[in-house]
Design a protein around this ligand. Sequence first.
Ligand code: 13P
Length: 252
Amino acid sequence: MIIANWKMNGTRQSVATWIQAVSNNINIKDVNPCIFCPPTCYLEYARRLVDENDYHIEIGSQIVNHSFEDESLTGGISTTMLKDLSVEYVLVGHSEQRNFLKESNNVITKKIEKALEDELSVIYCIGEDIDTKNKNEAYSFLSEQLDVFCQLQITHEDKLRSITVAYEPIWAIGSGLNAEKDYIEETHGFIKKYINDHLEWDKLDIYPAVLYGGSVNLNNCEEIISSTNVDGLLIGGASLNSETFSKIYNLS
Ligand code: 13P
């Protein structure tokens, strides 16, 4: 799974140009979905372009709100709206949203539950900040974020299969300093083991994929994707250029 997270970038024109160029340039493999997360205001446009041209790109939302339809939330985006646009994926728990929107694990749990209930696939983002890393407390920090899964009121096997984890160390996001291969391998190994030991999903034979994100680029993507326990990439800055993103996809 290779995801382009455009964050707060782009125009209608750049969305159209990117979708066409990427669709023409990637050698799509069913086992490796290509997912485009444009800004919310371009979701419908992106969906339409993909459908009209039968492109093999899946659409993800960068945002969803957990409130229920009968609550009022100015500016809110509900899972029902995303389903209405045939959006397939949603990012939840991105560090920028945890930070700027002060999202707690409680809110994140509700978002995941609601998204899964409404048949969206969830990309659950986790990752430690630099102080936590320097204090050697990354694993306890990540454990707390992973404990969100223990709170989920969902046990239905099919729904749990729709969860992917994205490990994005905060210090690597947008800094140009990706995590080293050894660090990524160890941390992804820890994440998988923690999920295995603390959730009973392994009894259901469910092992969520774990993606890496944080300063992925054309030069480091091959090494990162070939790392043990790395099942895909979540790409910010380097996804904006269609040529770069297509090359990264094809190398993955
Ligand atoms: P960069 O690839 O720009 O570091 O961003 C990573 C990210 O936050 C993707 O969600």
